[in-house]
Design a protein around this ligand. Structure first.
Ligand code: DAH
Length: 348
């Protein structure tokens, strides 16, 4: 037999065998492929004869070899595709889908407890006619300190060490700069200014159970004619009752902030023991919740507000502190770690 005959014979017999390719013959076909096209297969064996051909014959037969190899390769691929199709068809035929099975429940998240706290406070203030204002987390030294009556060399700056971006720009240490920005914009012919501003603040601090280098405050400010300390006390009394219970009382203790005069520290009567003294209030019956005071005349004047005609009160409270007290959270770091087991406890 000539090489040509051998090739024609191999092509014919292989194609014949592949004609009845089916799933059952899958293994047989894989073996046949190796037998025919494999490294040590029949085609390779036939090719060994090429060396005995003349120089004229070689390219002609070479071309024929390639043709046979292509035809057979394609035939094997087609056979495999058929087998694969058959396999899928069989699987589909045997598979039943039970559409009555219950689906997998999708986990539902909830708002962060700090967001809840801030929104609850905002709602109370909105109900009292306050507007909610946004501030800048990256703030100018000018608004953060100077406009709050803390000039460059003021010793009370040490109370709030922070992260400076340049000498004039910093991450705000409190929400108080929003006071100045809002006062600058306010038109008193539209009535008094009443605003709250929630947001994130930053301090250079070592993080532990009760300190974090970033936390959240809510600033409050009311400026108008005849605004008195009585208004401040009444407002804070109401907030304390809404947040900690109807029976709560507040007390004001003298304190110091450069932007208020007089300044006070505000305590709420302990919601756990009602004032008897317990572990929450450290046996004092009172819990400190915020700083406040009457807006310093210089702060008003720097916004171009006549401090003879207008007066105001301001306060600043820590959202984390309020939430920790209300829910008995004992480590501030829980707020920021994003652990679902923490968040899930405050579905609401
Ligand atoms: N800015 C103060 C702080 O972060 C809190 C504060 C105290 C705000 C008294 C006020 C205020 O508006 O009147 O420590």
């Amino acid at each position: 037999m000539t090489i040509q005959d051998k090739l024609a014979e191999l092509r014919h017999s292989t194609l014949e065998k592949l004609k009845q390719a089916n799933l059952e013959k899958s293994k047989e076909i894989q073996d046949l492929r190796v037998e025919v096209l494999g490294k040590k297969g029949s085609l390779t064996e036939i090719l060994k004869g090429l060396k005995d051909l003349s120089a004229e014959e070689r390219p002609v037969i070479g071309k024929y070899v390639n043709e046979v190899r292509d035809v057979l390769t394609e035939a094997f691929d087609n056979a495999n595709a058929l087998i694969e199709e058959e396999k899928i068809a069989m699987q589909l035929a045997s598979e039943t889908i039970d559409v009555t099975l219950p689906g997998k429940p999708v986990a539902v998240g909830n708002r962060h407890v700090l967001t809840q706290t801030a929104e609850e406070l905002e709602d109370i203030f909105l109900g009292m006619g306050f507007q909610v204002v946004d501030g800048f987390e990256v703030e100018k030294d000018y608004y953060n300190f100077e406009r709050m009556n803390l000039p460059k060399d003021h010793p009370a700056r040490d109370m709030q060490d922070t992260f400076y971006i340049t000498e004039e720009i910093l991450l705000r240490t409190h929400t108080s700069p929003v006071q100045a920005r809002t006062m600058d914009q306010h038109d008193f012919s539209n009535g008094p200014l009443k605003m709250v501003s929630p947001g994130r603040v930053f301090r250079r601090d070592t993080d532990d159970a009760t300190h974090s280098h970033q936390f959240h405050q809510i600033e409050g400010l009311v400026v108008g004619e005849n605004i008195s300390m009585g208004d401040l006390k009444g407002t804070l009394q109401l907030i304390s009752q809404k947040m900690f219970g109807e029976d709560r009382k507040i007390r004001l203790r003298p304190s110091y902030f450069p932007f208020t005069e007089p300044s006070v520290e505000v305590d709420v009567s302990c919601f756990k023991c009602g004032g008897e003294g317990c572990n929450v209030c450290k046996k004092t019956g009172w819990i400190e919740i915020l700083g406040a005071g009457m807006v310093h005349p210089s702060v008003l004047e720097m916004s171009g507000i006549d401090s003879e005609k207008y007066s105001g009160f301001a306060f600043g409270l820590g959202q984390e502190r309020i939430a920790m007290l209300r829910y008995g959270i004992n480590d501030i770091r829980g707020f920021y770690q994003g652990d679902a087991r923490f968040s899930e406890q405050f579905k609401g």
